[in-house]
Design a protein around this ligand. Structure first.
Ligand code: UN1
Length: 511
């Protein structure tokens, strides 16, 4: 097993006093464990309230300096950070794989996503443009400008311990903001490495303190951060339950929140679909990252004419999945993050059976030999809903590789099923006919009600260029590409009178 201390050394991140080697112990710390073996990877000392407070005060001072740096120059700092992630992509990807449990290729893919958003942010640093509009008064001019916002609090989950920070932090940096990152305590080593790389590069270019990491519990740090008026934006990625809390607290202080919460994503496979394509796509979307993406396919809605054939082939594919050590070449599915996740998986399967669902493949904990015997492995599972499609457990998001299969006769019914859950993140349709695919993404909005809609692709694996996020209980926020950067800036409408005459809008006379 690679050793985190030597990974930190090769990444040039050796100065975080919060990291304690696995062989030592430290009071007030949490232990990071490999989900594949249960072994300790090291301990992390948690920050307390006083440290948090000092960090926010310092960060405000940093912000006052950083916002004076012209945006394209800020972009050069982000460019250098992106280059450093490029250099260390594979090593950092392996650390993600080690600590979070996703397979090596996906760990590396996650760092690639960080590199991509850094590139995007560099371009953006010369394009943070506002519009101009004509004034109704002579010799007046109106325009909008976008200004740095301040401190941006980023709360992230264990499943994307590197890229979700980058979606926020790379944009925030070019926008002139300082990022305060509170990562999941299930993946603290990845966050120390990630933030450490960015901070080291920025500091070497004369800009220390733009990227701050605060490690602590929800009680001590999370609650303080979301209630803190000095932090105008909280961007939170995680469960709907967490997002509700964040949304309420931030709204009560009239702050701004950007919420990217749970998904319950469906794929519709129509009778005229390219079945080979649909099978491969559904398989990756449903079992990739062991079902622990917010974009994981959790429901497959099959046209009744192809359902039997599709399920048979899917069962065969599930049986051939190589489950095991995420760092080993050829493994397709690694472990779940911890024992609690295994319990949720087992609970959902028990509920599905009770509700009349039929487990077609999987449905139990996987026992692997040797060092992996203490890992949190489960079998990827396919459950067929009873006829009539009543399977209430399928409306819940269980963060595990469980796919529920439903059938339909008319496309309208399939779209209604797609939209029938509380969450609205990702969705997909497979069909070779534009009549069906464009019905799914109809400009009237009567198709998929999700923030992401795919045609002939699975529900996961978004590119960074688009705005990422969803509707309903998914929280409505948009991160990453397109114009998501606007969330990290404040808008100012400027009206200039260059004529020197007193002239009121709306034709009001005030003589
Ligand atoms: C998440 O699971 O929180 O679209 C993010 C995807 C990835 C991002 C997932 N690009 O699957």
């Amino acid at each position: 097993m690679p050793d985190p201390a030597s990974i930190f050394r090769s990444l040039g991140v050796t100065d975080d006093p919060r990291f304690v080697a696995p062989s030592s112990s430290a009071a007030g710390s949490v232990t990071s464990r490999s989900p594949a073996t249960g072994d300790s990877l090291g301990h992390v000392k948690l920050d307390d309230a006083a440290t948090y407070d000092r960090l926010i005060t310092e960060s405000h001072q940093t912000f006052l300096r950083w916002r004076e740096v012209p945006a394209p120059i800020r972009g050069q700092v982000v460019r250098a950070i992106g280059e450093e992630f490029r250099t260390h992509r594979d090593t950092l990807g392996e650390l993600i794989s080690l600590e979070m449990g996703k397979v090596r290729a996906e760990g590396i893919g996650e760092v690639q996503e960080t590199i991509d958003i850094a590139d995007f942010a560099v371009g953006l640093s010369r394009q943070l443009h506002g519009i101009t509009m004509p004034s109704e008064r002579p010799e007046h001019r109106m325009y909008e400008q976008w200004l740095p916002l301040g401190l941006v609090g980023v709360i992230s989950a264990f499943n994307f311990p590197n890229a979700v920070w980058a979606w926020n932090a790379m944009l925030a940096a070019v926008c002139g903001d300082v990022t305060i990152w509170k990562p999941s305590l299930l993946t603290p080593l990845t966050s120390i490495a990630t933030n450490g790389i960015a901070e080291r590069v920025a500091a070497s270019m004369g800009h220390p303190g733009i990227f701050r990491l605060v490690l602590g519990t929800d009680d001590v740090i999370g609650e303080r951060l979301i209630a803190d008026k000095r932090v105008p934006l909280i961007s939170a990625t995680g469960s709907c339950r967490m997002g509700r809390r964040v949304g309420q607290v931030v709204a009560s202080r009239l702050g701004r929140s950007l919420l990217e919460l749970g998904g319950n994503n469906a794929v519709i496979v129509h009778e005229d679909a390219n079945i080979d394509l649909a099978l491969r796509s559904v398989l990756f979307s449903a079992v990739g990252t062991a079902g622990q993406r917010c974009t994981t396919t959790r429901r497959v809605i099959l046209h009744e004419s192809i359902a039997e054939q599709f399920l048979q082939r899917l069962v065969a594919a599930y049986k051939s999945i190589r489950l095991g050590d995420p760092l080993k070449e050829g493994t397709l599915v690694g472990p779940l993050i911890n024992e609690r996740a295994v319990e949720s998986y087992l609970h959902a399967i028990a509920m599905a059976k009770e509700q009349g669902g039929k487990v077609l493949v999987g449905g139990e904990r996987a026992s692997l030999p040797g060092a992996l015997s203490k890992g949190h492995f489960v079998l990827p599972t396919l459950v067929r809903a009873p006829s009539g499609n009543q399977l209430p457990i399928a409306s819940e998001e269980t963060f595990a590789p469980i796919l529920y299969a439903f059938t339909y006769r008319e496309l309208e019914g399939a779209i209604a099923m797609n939209n029938s859950v509380d969450q609205g993140l990702s969705s997909a349709i497979f069909s070779e006919a534009v009549r069906n695919t464009d019905r799914f993404v109809s400009p009237s909005g009567s198709g998929s009600d999700c923030g992401l809609a795919y045609v002939n692709l699975g529900t996961s694996g978004a590119e960074i260029g688009g705005a990422f996020g969803g509707e309903k209980d998914t929280g409505g926020g948009r991160e990453s590409g397109s114009d998501s950067w606007k969330a990290y800036m404040r808008r100012q409408t400027c009206t200039v009178n260059f004529g020197g005459k007193f002239d009121l809008a709306q034709g009001i006379r005030f003589e």
